[in-house]
Design a protein around this ligand. Sequence first.
Ligand SMILES: [Zn+2]
Length: 151
Amino acid sequence: MRRIDKIIIHCSATPEGRDVKMEAIRDCHVRVNHWSDIGYHYVIELDGFIAKGRDEETIGAHCQGHNLGSIGVCYIGGVAKDGKTPKDTRTSAQKQSLIKLLKSLKARYPSAIIYGHRDLSPDKNSNGVIEQSEWLKACPSFNAKDEYKDI
Ligand SMILES: [Zn+2]
């Protein structure tokens, strides 16, 4: 088994209310980034559906310098309708599903600590390219480390 010491939360940086599905992100990561698969292990869609991305046993591509021992979880949303201002857009269904998923991950990886992307490498995208975009520095647009500290 892969040794997991971090669970890292991301947002998709898609505008509030836009119903993007996991498959669309996978498509983008494969066609645009030329990766073998989606970079995240799980995607939480707007209706709360927990879509499986990359297999947990496979190293992800979501947080430069921290992929080796981590699981990447991304919720759809994270910016306001203007498409650039960071905003916690989680629906109540997404909030419930995040808690459910994080509890099950913590049950399997008890020593893993839950972080937001911004707590680790907040201005690098998953390719390691430094970007100055506000949403990337804010990802996942809420304080995941604090909110999930008791899970
Ligand atoms: Zn991120």
